[in-house]
Unconditional design. Structure first.
Ligand code: G6P
Length: 609
């Protein structure tokens, strides 16, 4: 939540800060702002209650000059998305600060500052940090020292970047609980919430650790750890190309990312199995020992990643005979647990920075789990650093807020994990079956993408609807949940998913000619039961949209619209059936004219509780 970018250079930094913000907009887009120290040593600040494009518009052709600056794109937490609440925040016109995170004790600090005579210009928690640092700067011009003195007073999560008029060749940044990277240039250095923001200017990065403070100058970066000792952090070269976060020929990132799935899945599978068996090296050093201890799985995740966990539960129990529970992280972290001996915690997160997921992992450390295995798409994330073992998905950067390729690559990784457990449980046949199924994935996903024209036509039926019901059974109930989440996230149609057998226990009361019912219908043992559930809908005048394997005998007839899905082997069917539902949500949203990649009120990476 919120994107930060900053620079200290010899050139004018405004254009690269604005490009950085554009690339960070997936983190929030309620307001945007930039502050620079101009050649006369004065601050030039521009903020808008709007998007980065609005900020560029507000700046006009005469973009201000300045070699040192910070910029921000916001996902509002404290205070509405207004001009006053937009970052950078300034204190007495002396310093400018951008923040990602939440300062939990801001009310007490705010009262204290007001008593001392400080006048707040915003409702944000962030301005408290700016004011406190400024109060220290009034005693000395040392920006680094001022930040160091203030941080122990702040509770919560933060990544800050601060610049000061009195110490104008310096950018001081710190992180605790929110991500921040330093981009290393030649005679210029940068900071940002993630590497993608800085790819146009560097591919060399230092990933700050929890509690680090970095003193960033044009030609020097000094890093202090949480004890205040100078530390050396490795400089890593990013393999990402700047174009990886461009839309290419696509109208929306989401559309591009849906079509990248065959390649992303293929990359995720590469080098992870041999002769039909999963390679343990895929999980990192010491994997065998930890996996041997696991007799049960507890999966924890949020949003779409949680849905991946729900599907994995079916796989785990069906193919590996390994008991598996799944819970959303925001609930898991706040309840008492009775942990069975030998339970492995499996955390799933695209970003690896979701606050509830990280907190759940930390809480779980003292609960008696045998260890933590992470599935994550970002190698440098906090989650990867904190987990004992990890399987990285290789989806590449996912920019659209609605997750697509991250989800299907998570499922690919989960399939391999379940296969590895199947062998441990003495089910070698299951391991061979799952690995063989995984190998078929890229081709099968290519084929199901060919349903797009048909799905796009069907989308026209949803444009004027207010509600939609999604049905599925077994693992495909979780697919229905994910399909309904996609539709509500980007088209703003209220959508709910039910296990089809639950229809008669409540939701059937909602069914009439205004309630489209979407059903996921694979050719499996439950197809006849599902068929009966669909009849119950038709009998009440409900319009059905059925995504059915082409091996079922379901055919379109009045009120019964069938999209034929190329049949796949059972294990990968939940992945294959997900794709047409992604396409449905996408095309409905396009027809409704919503902002597909940046749906209202949402953000891609939720680094606040
Ligand atoms: C946000 C995003 C979702 C995502 C969820 C969990 O809500 O909008 O797309 O599924 O966070 O994110 P994670 O990075 O932990 O998978």
């Amino acid at each position: 939540m919120c994107g930060i970018v900053g620079a200290c250079a010899q050139r004018d930094v405004a254009p690269l800060l604005l490009e950085g913000l554009r690339r960070l907009e997936y983190r929030g887009y309620d307001s945007a702002g930039i502050a620079l120290i101009d050649p006369d040593g004065e601050f030039k600040r521009t903020r808008v209650a709007g998007r980065v494009a609005d900020l560029v518009g507000a700046l006009g052709p005469a973009v201000p000059m300045g070699n040192v600056g910070v910029a921000h794109t916001r996902w509002a937490t404290h205070g509405e998305p207004s001009h006053e609440n937009a970052h950078p925040h300034m204190a007495n016109e002396q310093l400018a600060l951008v923040h990602n995170g939440i300062i939990e004790n801001y009310e007490a600090l705010r009262d204290e500052l007001i008593s001392a005579g400080y006048q707040f210009a915003s409702e944000t928690d962030t301005e408290v940090a700016a004011a406190l640092i400024q109060s220290r700067l009034s005693e000395s011009d040392d920006l680094l020292g001022a930040v160091e003195q203030v941080l122990p007073r702040l509770e919560g999560a933060y990544a800050f970047a601060v610049i000061s008029k009195h110490d104008p060749q310096r950018l001081v940044v710190c992180r605790k609980g929110s991500p921040l990277v330093v981009g290393v240039g030649i005679g210029e250095n940068f900071v940002a919430s993630d590497v993608t923001a800085l790819l146009p200017v560097t591919n060399q990065f230092i990933f700050l650790e929890e509690g680090d403070i970095a003193d960033v100058h044009r030609d020097e970066i000094i890093i202090y750890d949480s004890n205040g000792s100078v530390v050396r952090r490795p400089v890593k070269e990013s393999q990402l190309r700047p174009e990886a976060v461009e839309r290419g020929g696509y109208r929306h990132f989401m559309h591009k990312e849906i079509h990248e799935q065959p390649a992303a899945i293929s990359d995720t599978l590469e080098g992870r199995y041999s002769s039909g068996r999963v390679l343990e090296s895929a999980f990192g050093p010491g994997a065998g020992e930890l996996l041997d201890k696991a007799k049960r799985l507890q999966i924890v995740a949020c949003g779409t990643s949680y849905h991946a966990g729900l599907i994995a539960r079916y796989w785990s129990e069906q193919y590996a005979g390994l008991p598996c529970d799944v819970e959303v992280a925001s609930e898991f972290r706040y309840r008492a647990h009775a942990v069975d001996e030998g339970t492995l915690l499996l955390v799933i997160s695209q970003s690896g920075e979701t606050a509830d997921v990280l907190a759940a992992l930390r809480e779980a450390r003292n609960m008696g789990y045998v260890g933590v295995l992470a599935i994550c798409n970002v190698p440098e994330s906090s989650l990867i650093r904190e987990a004992d073992l990890a399987m990285l998905t290789r989806a590449g950067p996912e920019i659209g807020v609605a997750s697509t390729k991250a989800f299907t690559t998570q499922l690919t990784a989960l399939l391999l994990i379940v296969a590895a457990f199947a062998r441990r449980q003495g089910r070698e046949e299951s391991e061979l079956e799952l690995v063989s199924a995984a190998q078929q994935l890229p081709g099968a996903v290519e084929r199901v993408l060919e349903t797009e024209d048909c799905v796009a036509k069907l989308a026209e039926h949803f444009v004027d609807r207010q509600h939609a019901l999604f049905l599925g059974r077994g693992a495909h109930y979780a697919v229905a949940l994910e399909g309904s989440l996609k539709l509500k996230e980007i088209s703003y149609i209220h959508a709910e998913a039910y296990p089809a057998g639950e229809l008669k226990h409540g939701p059937l009361a909602l069914v009439d000619e205004n309630m489209p019912v979407v059903a996921v219908a694979p050719q499996d043992d439950l197809i006849d039961k599902l068929r009966s559930n669909l009849q119950e809908v038709r009998a009440r005048g409900g319009e059905l949209y059925v995504f059915a394997d082409d091996s079922t005998s379901l055919k379109s007839s009045g009120g019964f619209n069938v999209v034929s899905v190329p049949a796949s082997v059972e294990a990968i069917s939940p992945i294959i059936h997900t794709i047409p539902l992604q396409l449905l949500a996408y095309h409905v949203a396009v027809l409704r004219g919503t902002d597909v990649d940046k749906p209202r009120n949402l953000a891609k990476s939720v680094t606040v509780e």
